[in-house]
Design a protein. Sequence first.
Length: 320
Amino acid sequence: MGREHRRDGTGTQPSQMPAARAASPFAAASLADAPFALARPVRQKLPFIFTSPHSGRCYPPDFVAESRLGPLALRRSEDAFVDDLFAAAVLDLGAPFLAARFPRAYLDANRGPGELDPAMFAGLLPLTVDPPGPRVQAGLGVIPRIVRDGAEIYRETLPVTDAVARIDRLYRPYHAAILSLIEETRRAFGLAVVIDCHSMPSAAAVPDVILGDRYGIAAAPALMQRAQQAFELRAFTVARNVPYAGGFTTQLYGRPSRGVHALQIEINRALYLDEEAIVPGPRFEDVRTRIAEALAYLGAITAEELSPSAMPAPLPWAAE
């Protein structure tokens, strides 16, 4: 299949799916009008949906101006260029690709909407707030307090209206789009597979790829097995679930007993990225080609291999 495809979303234009060598990730953009970019093939050929919650690089100018961090430091939390690593291959396979345009430092779509730290806000939050968990306590809630290397983002507390606006205008539309794609795909194919695409900081002993299915809860075993084979056949080293077992997206949507499977893919940034400058590295094209080959192998899994099996009782789908 060639690369003929269409793009849509909430006010999204083709140019708003950033390329790997986009001139500036800090260009002004109306995120409220286009919180995500949705690229679709002319015809969906596979029951797969690919998502990227952390590759957004449209930074609101007021957020950058009010942060205590410089532009490069703010980008430390990005899964930089993951959208460009995956999108073309996904479209060639005949599957949709959904990418958040907002940056992770501004809003983390791979968290629950209640993972909020009330101490960050000047006033009582008019939102449901979950009991504080380890991610919120560490500063990595749905509205993060720190970037990935631990630096504080904000000089002062935020208005509660900021929290409401980010959740209502960015977070909820992004998750509504995922749910819509799942239901659309289930109607067409009888099942759906959500592949949540990420990258991870390099470190000693970190493999090339980590696959997460919530320790077997979020997907049929055959999906994990085939994904591991797919990447290993393309000379990637692969680990399962440790230390990344799958975040909120994988947990929320992975319901194999309902015919919906979810798998998180983490790519080691050292493979494709200059992590200091946050620009594509010299092996970017090679890694992108190998990922495309791995996805083609993964996409050939059959519906029979993904048939429902005995799983824990499902929970309602919602981004609440």
